[in-house]
Design a binder for this molecule. Structure first.
Ligand SMILES: Cc1cc2nc3c(=O)[nH]c(=O)nc-3n(C[C@H](O)[C@H](O)[C@H](O)COP(=O)(O)OP(=O)(O)OC[C@H]3O[C@@H](n4cnc5c(N)ncnc54)[C@H](O)[C@@H]3O)c2cc1C
Ligand SMILES: NC(=O)c1ccc[n+]([C@@H]2O[C@H](COP(=O)([O-])OP(=O)(O)OC[C@H]3O[C@@H](n4cnc5c(N)ncnc54)[C@H](O)[C@@H]3O)[C@@H](O)[C@H]2O)c1
Length: 500
């Protein structure tokens, strides 16, 4: 490295997202005298506000973008450096930023997050959503759009197709049902009517002790149209805000160029074959257009043979860890998903280098009820725990894997329903060695329990079920539930009293 070290810090944290900021807060509170630097490429930092511990492992909070001065005022020994890390030299314990400065560290934590795994990087009509800028770009482009195509079947796609109004949405999913990263086909079936209306239909609980689903035919499609006024009546009013947080879409207007209804057409079990610009289309065989006219700026051909013209494509196809600047010349072990492998102390394979949040992959032997998903909650938990591990090492204190990694838990909202996911909520990794109990009341709630060897190992709770704490306890206690059988989901039994 040509440049000399400007300063050596005891701790450097890279990344001003939830993982990095939480790590800084934890370290600075535990060792207030330590010199800490936060190096971040973004002008603002993300902080957790209104934190609420819902149960032993479930937590809820808001995410706010704030100026970094807020953090510096709180922690006098903290220096925030607004620049991107260009290269890391683990042997000399130093890193270089894009503005040519070099900083030394005793301990480093990489919290560089992830970036959208776009269908293609080169096409200006293909958008990804990650931060405030990309959300604002989406809002701007949407305001002039008549039709968009959303590709992907995870969190962003679920939120987007529900929120967009005044613009036709073609939603292309690889799977047989919607929301494959969070739900199975049964939950998807429960949610689908919300695309047409938000009015809850009052039915009596229908207990479905064994699980059955009706799947769309391969390559099948469905169109859902919602009445905007009906939807407004059903939804509670929300204040607009500028921060991209768990309710990121509530801070921006996702309104297309037309007034009125929401219209979502679902294309199941298909992927993207090709994306054409209108110029490229001129040079392709005439049948490529299908029933489309040639006046859209971009066209997308799906593997089910259909071609759609649209104003732009949203690629909601997951994230890739932001590892590039840190790899060259170093010897990091990478996981299959491209993340920096970390052990049960959030340490990477390089000495004195830790990692947390979306950039890392948890490679310790997980608790049977936990799995990594790239979520705000886990970014916060990992950042917090990485800070504790770094401090513990410096202070020569022992530390054990935190309890939050015992049980996977996530609380969120999809299609205006509260959604709680616990443990192996989709029977992940259980093969055929599990059974499901399902209770479903159309428009009101969907409760699914995953049982293995008579014990509850996971649950999906959609709606105001109020079951999260009891089910969390049943999973953590590993209680044999065989004697209760299907009574477990009997709506006429107050399950809390049952297990008191
Ligand atoms: C639209 C959207 C909605 C979401 N909704 C939810 C939700 O409802 N619930 C939920 O739990 N999760 C949600 N997520 C996931 C959640 O945002 C992420 O899991 C979480 O933000 C990851 O935090 P992080 O700190 O690891 O990374 P990030 O928030 O990505 O932060 C990374 C930071 O590192 C900085 N950085 C990157 N490279 C460098 C470099 N070379 N040098 C210096 N700095 C660098 C970046 O500028 C940034 O400040 C959503 C994600 C998106 C995109
Ligand atoms: N409420 C929430 O909890 C929430 C909301 C939004 C986003 N998030 C998180 O933000 C991150 C980004 O969200 P996301 O929706 O992009 O990712 P995701 O991982 O949730 O979903 C990605 C989806 O894209 C599909 N996919 C991948 N490659 C594809 C391809 N080539 N063609 C078609 N489909 C493809 C996958 O099957 C999957 O359905 C994720 O970590 C997600 O968990 C969470």
């Amino acid at each position: 490295m040509a440049n000399r070290k400007e300063k050596t810090f005891r701790f450097i944290i890279v990344g001003g997202g939830i993982a990095g900021v939480t790590c800084v807060e934890q370290l600075s509170s535990q060792i207030p005298s330590a010199d800490v630097a936060l190096i971040t490429a973004s002008p603002h930092i993300k902080t957790v506000t209104n934190y609420r511990q819902v149960s032993k492992t479930l937590e809820e909070f808001d995410v706010e973008e704030q100026p970094s001065s807020v953090l510096e005022e709180k922690f006098p020994n903290l220096t925030v450096i607004h620049s991107a890390v260009k290269s890391l030299h683990t042997r000399s314990h130093s890193l270089e930023t894009t503005d040519g400065r070099v900083f030394g560290y005793e301990k480093l934590c990489i919290c560089g997050g992830g970036r959208p795994k776009l269908l293609t990087q080169e096409n200006p009509y293909v958008l990804g959503i990650r931060d405030t800028d990309s959300a604002q770009e989406l809002q701007k482009r949407l305001s002039k759009a008549k039709r968009i195509v959303v590709v992907g079947n995870g969190g962003i796609a679920l939120e987007l197709v529900y929120e967009v109004e005044g613009c036709e949405v073609i939603w292309a999913v690889k799977d047989k049902a919607i929301g494959n990263t969070f739900f199975d086909a049964g939950a998807a079936q429960f949610l689908i009517p919300s695309l047409e209306t938000n009015k809850p239909e009052k039915d009596t609980p229908c207990k479905r002790p064994r699980y059955t689903t009706e799947e769309p035919a391969p390559g099948g499609s469905h169109t859902f149209t919602a009445d905007r006024n009906a939807r407004r009546q059903g939804s509670s009013s929300t204040e607009a805000g500028s921060a991209l947080g768990p309710d990121w879409h509530e801070g921006i207007v996702l309104q297309g160029s037309e007034q009125g209804t929401r219209r979502v057409s679902l294309e199941y079990q298909c992927e993207v074959e090709k994306i054409f610009t209108s110029e490229e289309l001129l040079n392709s065989p005439p049948q490529t257009l299908g029933h489309e006219n040639g006046s859209w700026p971009v066209y997308i051909k799906l593997t089910n043979g259909k071609t759609f013209g649209c104003d732009f494509v949203v690629s909601a196809t997951g994230v890739v860890p932001n590892t590039e600047p840190f790899l060259h010349g170093n010897n990091f072990a990478l996981a299959d998903d491209g993340g920096l492998q970390v052990d049960d102390h959030m340490m990477t394979s390089e000495p004195d280098v830790y990692a947390a949040g979306d950039v890392c992959t948890a490679c310790w032997e997980h608790s049977p009820m936990w799995q990594q998903m790239r979520l705000w909650t886990q970014a916060r938990q990992m950042g917090w725990y990485a800070g504790r591990c770094m401090a513990a090492q410096v202070l020569s204190e022992p530390i054990e894997l935190d309890f939050c990694f015992e049980l996977f838990s996530h609380i969120t909202k999809f299609f205006n329903y509260k959604v709680v996911l616990l443990g192996k909520f989709n029977g992940q990794g259980l093969g055929s060695d599990h059974e499901l109990l399902v209770r479903c009341t159309k428009g009101l709630e969907y409760v699914k329990v995953v049982l293995s060897g008579g014990r509850m190992v996971g649950a999906v709770l959609i709606g105001e079920t109020d079951l999260e704490e009891t089910f969390e306890n049943l999973i953590l206690n590993e209680m044999d539930l065989t004697p209760y059988g299907e009574e477990l989901l009997n709506p006429n039994i107050d399950i809390e009293d049952y297990f008191d």
